[in-house]
Structure formats: C-alpha cells, structure tokens
Design a protein around this ligand. Structure first.
Ligand code: AMP
Length: 479
C-alpha cells in the first residue's frame, strides 16, 4: 500500500515525500481512507505509531477543498491534546504535512502569552490545536469561535481523562456544532473512555493497531536487578561503558528527577531534568539541548515526557518503575520509533518487584533479568512500601501495581474495572455501574509545556496570563 493508493492529493504526497516516509504505517493505512469518507473513528493507537499523520493528512485534504480565497478563514477543525508538548508536536505535523496547502493553523496552550494567540485567532485560522485549559480561557474571553468546527479530534483521550480534563472537554463539546466529524484516539480503553466516546462519536469505525506493548519487536527490554542506593552508580556505569550518547531517563518524582540529573552531572555525565515544576523556558531549553545532543541525559517524569518525539532515541532507562503499568509502555515507546531499534533498560530494586510483575502481566512478557557484576542484590535488604509521592493522582486505577503492603486503594477504587485491550473492551457491554469513576475530576493538572514556533514562549511566572492568576481553580501537576 502506498500513500497515493490511500487517495491523498498531490500537495500532501509531496510533503510526505519531503518527510522521507516510504509507506503508510498500519494506523495510517486504516485511518486515512475512513476519515476521508467522513466517518467518525475510534482509534486505539498510541504515540509512535504514526497516528498524528493518520488523522492530520486526511483532515488537511478535507479542509483544503473548503479554502476560500476571498473570505477570512473560520475554525473548521479543532484538535484537543492533553499536554503542551503534544499540542506543539501536532501543530508541527500539521505545518509539515500542510506546507503545500494554503491552510492556516494556530496552536494555543498555556504557560505562554495569550495575546499573540488572540492576534492569530483574530486574523482567522482553519485549524486550532489546543490544550483544554487555554482553549477555555479563549472561550471565556470571547477570543475564539468554535461554532463552525466541522471536525473535532480528541488526541490521547485516555490521558485527558487521567489528567482530569473531563469537565473541560464537556464544556468544549457543548459549544461545538452538533453536526460534525469526530475522531477519538486513545492508547487504552477503559469504561471512562467508552462513556466519553459514546457521548461524542456517531456510529464510529473502530481502528486498532498493534499495541507497542505486545508486539514491538523494535525495542529490546532488559531489567537490571539492583539495590536502590546503587542505581545511580549502575546508571553511570552503563552510560559510560556503553558509550551511550542520548538517554531518556524516567523517575517517578520531580524531586527524584532533579536529584538524579545533579548526581549524573557530578559523575561527569551532562544531564538535565524536565518536569512540571520547571518554568516554561527551562523545559523548552532542556528539551532543545537534549534533542540537539548538547546534553546527554534527559531525566523526566512521566507527564513531562509525554509527546517527546525524538527520532532514533536509542536508550530509555526506567531509573524507577512507574506505578501505573501502562506508563511503562508509554515510556519505552519513546525508543524504537519509526522503524529504528531501541533499548529499554529498567533498574529494579526489591521494593519494585510488584510493579514489575504488573508490567509483565500487561505486556504479557517476562522481561529478561540481568544482574551486572559488582551490582549484585544484597539479600539482607527487605522490600519497603514505595511512598505515594510519585503517584500522579491515578490512584483510582486498578492497573496500578502498588505493592500490597502499600496498597492505598479505596473501596471506590476497587470497583474500577481492569483496563482491557481496546477493541475487546469497546465491544464489551457497558457495566451496570454507569457512574463516572474518575477520581481525578476537580484536581486539575498544570499542563506541561514546550516552546512552539507558533507562540512566544514567556516563562509562566512572569506572565499575566498565567493560569494561577485566573479565577478558575489552579491546576496542580501530579507527576
Ligand atoms: P506519532 O505516532 O504520530 O507520534 O509518530 C511517530 C513518529 O513516526 C514521528 O516521528 C513521525 O514523523 C514518524 N512517522 C509517521 N508516519 C510515518 C511513516 N509513514 N513512515 C515513517 N515514519 C513515520
């Protein structure tokens, strides 16, 4: 199958050629024709599968047929993403794939000045890519009109819900025209997603591509069993002796990310941290330095790392395992992307063995365990409960792998259903308990950020548009 056979128009084929893509990815093969036929879709696909091009290419094609040379454009497509990084990245894709088309785009997210966004919207755009909070700011200030939207795209819908954006999404939905095309993308498919999609989608076509966690041959995974206080030394050794050049390292907490990056620096390994407590400018710089190769290690928390797309990222290290098994899949999905090989290394101490079991259950694989000479585990050390500090507020999820001793789930949490494979779950009957099971609602999330060429990136602390200054409840990042 070629892109041409999918029915894409010449300006898009040219842009695809410029990107160097040889053939469509599985999600693109499935999604592009269906979207071009104006169907709603419910797609089970995660970052790294090529899903962005999967919806952007047909969207651009549909909209290009509607461009008027005489009148000011109105917003015909709205793409909602959970994080600023993802919004910026999707906007970049729209720009790249649409470079030979006369469509205008605006990306709007918080943490940067709102006025340039207002100015852009005033001039008129065809496509808006937004995070929910800043979109609602514009709506409240009457600086955006979404009443002409013909296509609504919800990207990473599961993350949206995890991050407590359900109310914001509902507010946005209420302002959209009833007749529109809807595309919903989610890596996992829980009861909440089913409820949301039932409310949004109209007779959707189901699209599911192989989950990276079950089938990715491109990522080799290994676990190094090691004592907690020896992890840093082992990481330094692996980096130095393996001569690793570009490593994305995950910690569970912001504090842990800072501490580790400082310790690596002391070991002579250039490192920087990216997390929700860093200013917009600092995060942008950290990411840019890492991408440019001037910093060897980027230490990140899960939320901050969402949307990071670096081609050929060779090494991902789980310095600490995530307490949500799905996050392991998202983490290792940062490597082995777009047909390149990658390596995912997890440093696992005795406290994390239950997390590891949960991950192995999810990916249906026993990950190879290798003990490195000189880093043998001390059998006298007993497992201790892991503090809840690293939990991103998803304590309602039964996919959480907390060790039993520290299991803090409430009866309400226990009612939740296990996250199931996407399609199977969609086709399964709705549970009797139709109530919303989102425990995160109300505890809002401060979006991670990334500088985009579309916006002026002022640090949020100096910015009068900063959401902390607003009437609405401040969001607290929970990474
Ligand atoms: P996404 O899943 O949309 O985040 O895309 C992951 C990566 O795959 C991005 O770096 C894209 O540029 C790349 N990509 C998307 N489609 C293709 C394709 N057909 N062939 C090769 N790379 C692709």
């Amino acid at each position: 199958m070629t892109f041409k056979e999918l029915g894409l128009i010449e300006p898009l084929l040219k842009a695809i050629k410029d990107k160097g893509y040889v053939k469509p990815s599985p999600i693109q093969e499935q999604a592009i024709p269906v979207i071009l036929e104006k169907h709603d879709i419910l797609a089970g696909a995660q970052t790294g599968t090529g899903k962005t091009a999967g919806f952007t290419l047909p969207l651009l094609q549909i909209l290009s047929a509607k461009v008027s040379k005489t009148t000011k454009p109105n917003i015909k497509a709205l793409i909602l993403t959970p994080t600023r990084e993802l919004a910026a990245q999707v906007a970049q894709s729209v720009d790249d794939y649409g470079k030979y088309l006369p469509l205008k785009t605006a990306v709007i997210f918080g943490g940067v000045g709102i006025n340039p966004q207002k100015a852009l919207l005033r001039k008129g755009v065809d496509i808006v890519i937004a995070t929910p909070g800043r979109l609602l700011d514009h709506i409240e200030q009457n600086t955006i009109d979404i009443s002409h939207v013909e296509c609504f795209i919800l990207d990473e819908a599961d993350r949206m819900l995890d991050m407590g954006f359900i109310r914001d999404i509902r507010k946005v939905l209420a302002l959209l025209p009833a007749h529109r095309q809807n595309l919903l993308f989610s890596a996992t498919f829980s009861d909440e997603i089913k409820k949301l999609s039932d409310g949004i989608l109209n007779n959707p076509k189901l699209i599911e591509v192989a989950r990276r966690n079950t089938s990715s041959e491109m990522v080799s995974q290994v676990v190094h069993l090691v004592d907690k206080d020896r992890k840093k030394a082992l990481l330094s050794k692996l980096i130095k002796e393996g001569n690793w050049k570009q490593i994305l390292v995950f910690t569970r907490t912001k504090h842990g990310a800072n501490k580790l990056s400082q310790q690596l620096e002391l070991d002579g390994i250039s490192a920087t941290a990216i997390h929700g407590n860093k200013s917009q400018g600092a995060r942008t710089k950290a990411l840019a330095d890492f991408k440019a190769g001037s910093v060897r290690v980027l230490v990140a928390t899960d939320i901050a790392a969402r949307g990071i797309d670096i081609d050929q990222l060779p090494h991902v290290v789980n310095f600490e395992l995530p307490n949500v098994a799905e996050d392991y899949v998202h983490r290792i999905g940062r490597t082995g992307r777009a047909g390149n090989e990658g390596e995912a290394v997890s440093l696992v101490c005795i406290d994390e063995h239950d997390y590891l079991k949960g991950i192995e259950r999810l990916i249906k694989t026993s990950i190879k365990k290798v003990v490195i000479e000189g880093f043998e585990v001390d059998p006298r050390i007993k497992a201790e409960p892991i503090k809840a500090g690293g939990n991103r507020g998803r304590n309602n999820s039964s996919s959480r792998n907390s060790p039993k001793k520290s299991d803090t789930r409430t009866p309400r949490d226990n009612r939740r259903k296990e996250k199931k494979p996407f399609k199977k779950d969609y086709e399964a009957k709705r549970t009797e308990d139709g109530k919303s099971k989102l425990s995160n609602e109300g505890k809002k999330f401060k979006e991670s950020s990334n500088k985009s060429k579309y916006t002026s990136a002022k640090p949020s602390s100096s910015n009068p548009d900063n959401r902390q200054n607003r009437q609405r409840k401040p969001r607290v990042q929970k990474d």
